[in-house]
Write a protein that binds this ligand. Structure first.
Ligand code: COA
Length: 325
């Protein structure tokens, strides 16, 4: 028994922010952003929320799979930018789409979140606990980036992607995932500090943190280009596949130079590494499922093809999944 993706969906906010738009209030340029990252524009929520984007992506994934909301056993939502800390995003999606029979909770593995959710759903389905799951990665990162920090805000965008998975004869073949918490502070965002009537420190002595996403870009870059190829090599061994058999490498869309470097390290042609970061920037947990949905809807994925999905991000977290489409 395996777990197979049988439907996908995605949603992005209507408002598009180009690099030239950023030139209006940041000391940056379209040329710098394109050369260093490959990004040309990103979508920014103005009326949309994490829940509304996620629900739209989920409804489309269910339609694509030919399923109804009441058919769903489990909703796993990956996000670092939910509308509320609680209730969790997955419960909000459940209410929004009417998936009344589903269990629902969130996964926080940042940009590897969708992959970790897929792996968790696969484990549940393979052990027989659930027959199917709706997995979604959804982010409104434009509310947590510092729009005065040109080294980080230019990278990120908003969106959501979802996949409906269920028991099947073939599908996920092997999973590889891991974490390195000791390096966690290269990409982080603090929550509210401990501050209550029982603390000795006066209010003004308590560091509030910036409240924004903070990042050491070069450290993250180094981590990605070494860890992702290693994860992919490990999952290939587990799957028993030669790398030349892989039809598509669907990677987290952080930076074109990261993806090109990974392709080079793996000795595989760049054509096997589709990208949509030019249009969307880095949408964290939503990057992989939005790309998957675009490839699916464009007819670029054929049933029976071999795919490697791979993500990395804050935590630090990383992983790869080998699956038959
Ligand atoms: N526009 C213009 N100049 C910028 C800039 C911007 N948006 N952002 C930074 N710079 C400047 C820096 O201030 C620095 O100037 P200096 O040399 O005068 O000090 C110069 O450009 C080079 O900065 P540096 O940080 O060395 O650039 P880089 O080549 O490492 O690229 C990133 C920066 C962020 C694009 C790159 O490190 C990266 O993509 N890292 C991975 C981040 C990531 O993917 N995070 C999410 C993971 S899920």
């Amino acid at each position: 028994m395996a777990t197979r993706i049988i439907g996908t969906g995605s949603a992005t906010p209507a408002h598009v922010v180009t690099n030239s738009d950023l030139e209006g209030f940041l000391d940056t340029s379209d040329t710098w952003i394109r050369e260093r990252t490959g990004i040309g524009s990103r979508h920014a929520a103005t009326t949309e929320t994490t829940t509304s984007l996620a629900a739209e992506a989920c409804i489309k994934a269910l339609e694509d799979a030919g399923k109804k909301p009441e058919d769903v056993d489990l909703i796993l939502a990956a996000t670092v930018s939910p509308d509320c800390t609680f209730p969790c995003l997955a419960c909000q999606i459940q209410a929004e789409i009417g998936a009344d029979n589903a269990t629902a909770y969130d996964v926080n593995a940042a940009c590897a979140g969708f992959l970790f959710a897929l792996n968790s759903a696969t484990a549940y389905i393979e052990c027989g606990m659930y027959k199917n799951a709706l997995i979604v990665g959804a982010e409104v990162l434009t509310k947590i980036v510092d729009w005065n920090d040109r080294s980080s805000c230019i990278l990120f965008g908003d969106g959501a992607g979802a996949a409906f998975v269920e028991q099947a004869d073939t599908g996920v073949v092997a999973m590889e995932q891991g974490a390195n918490g000791k390096k966690g502070m290269v990409l982080y965002r603090y929550e509210r500090p401990v501050q209550n009537p029982f603390c000795e420190k006066a209010d003004e002595e308590v560091s509030q943190g910036s409240g924004f996403l903070e990042m050491n870009g070069q450290e993250v870059f180094r981590f990605a280009v070494s860890q992702v190829p290693e994860s992919i090599q490990k999952v290939l061994v587990k799957a028993g596949w030669d790398i030349s058999e892989v039809d598509h490498f669907v990677l987290h869309q952080a930076n074109a130079r990261i993806i090109q470097s990974i392709a080079k390290r793996l000795g595989e042609p760049e054509e096997k590494f589709p990208m949509n970061l030019q249009k969307y920037g880095n949408m964290s947990s939503a990057s992989i499922p939005v790309l998957l949905d675009e490839l699916n809807k464009a007819g670029e994925l054929k049933r029976g093809e071999k795919l490697i999905l791979s993500g990395f991000g804050a935590g630090l977290t990383y992983g790869a999944t080998a699956l038959i489409w």
